[in-house]
Design a protein around this ligand. Structure first.
Ligand SMILES: Nc1ncnc2c1ncn2[C@@H]1O[C@H](COP(=O)(O)OP(=O)(O)O)[C@@H](O)[C@H]1O
Ligand SMILES: [Mg+2]
Length: 272
């Protein structure tokens, strides 16, 4: 992999906001003639202090729905979601989102993609170029600023997605299976890089994954959800120092315990 520029401190460091998800139920209206879908049932999660939280659960258990509620793209049917004690009223630049499918603007260069948020926020041209370059350097893509997304590998696209989210100085970073489409080697590299980034620029991270190993490798806390309707069935603190060894016995013990919790959920969900 290309050598990475030294990690620079962010302009406005955050230790991360306080997130309170309180008794959240989310129901989707019935498709024509069908039954309504209860995606989430009575989910409560409190997080903050720069925690790295991983959400694990069977396909269709409402993980993306939960992230979308925190992002402000959806409203809860019941319950509430608070950031720093304020109810969420819609999307905001205090919450950065990284999607699995990158969701980059294909007609914009890498730098323009990263500048997008700062431009909407009204940062003058020189400043927003500086912010974009700072975050591109942080993710090791300083030399690719003028390229277009289609010229990049999957891992590089996702680095742009991360730089784009971080360029707005969010206090919460929401990541929905961001490395799910990457090959195993790239995925491990991206995990290492993400931990380096978030230790330099602390913020609350809510990271959805299908991979128990990924969750245990990254997380301070792993939250395990049931099959739909999604409920929290376990909230496990992963008290292992970094850098972690993916093959260490204490790490693999967590992986085994969490897999044992998930297996019955995968069966009852019948989704995978
Ligand atoms: N906009 C929507 N309209 C109707 N049903 C939805 C919508 N979004 C999600 N769902 C349903 O809610 C459930 C949870 O979906 P999702 O949050 O995407 O699960 P996950 O990310 O855990 O796989 C699924 O049954 C899905 O089909
Ligand atoms: Mg999903």
């Amino acid at each position: 992999m290309a050598a990475r520029a030294p990690l620079a401190p962010p302009e406005r460091p955050h230790t991360g906001a306080k997130l309170q998800i309180r008794h959240v139920t989310k129901t989707f209206a019935a498709p024509e003639g069908g039954e309504e879908v209860v995606a989430l049932h009575n989910v409560s999660i409190d997080a903050g202090g720069g925690e790295f939280i991983c959400l694990l659960g069977p396909s269709g258990c409402g993980k993306t729905t939960l992230l979308n509620l925190v992002a402000g793209f959806l409203e809860p049917t019941n319950g509430e979601v608070l950031v720093d004690r304020q109810p969420i009223t819609g999307p905001g630049y205090d919450r950065g989102v990284v999607f699995q499918d990158y969701a980059l603007f294909p007609w914009l260069t890498v730098r323009e993609n990263v500048e997008f948020g700062p431009r909407v926020l009204g940062l003058p041209k020189g400043e927003r170029a500086a912010v974009a370059d700072q975050y591109l350097a942080l993710v090791g893509l300083a030399d690719f600023a003028r390229r277009y997304p289609h010229e990049l590998s999957g891992g590089m696209k996702q680095r742009v997605g991360i730089a784009r989210a971080l360029a707005n100085h969010p206090s919460i970073l929401l990541m929905d299976e961001p490395f799910g489409a990457l090959d195993a080697m790239t995925r491990e590299t991206m995990q290492d890089e993400l931990l380096a980034l978030t230790s330099q620029d602390p913020k609350l991270v809510v990271f959805v994954t299908h991979s128990v190993l990924e969750a245990v490798f990254l997380a301070d806390r792993t939250i395990v959800m049931s099959a739909r309707p999604g409920r929290v069935i376990a909230d496990i603190r992963i008290d292992l120092p970094h850098p972690r060894d993916r093959t260490a016995p204490d790490l693999t013990a967590h992986v085994r315990d969490i897999r044992a919790m998930l297996t019955p959920q995968l069966r009852s969900g019948g989704h995978e």
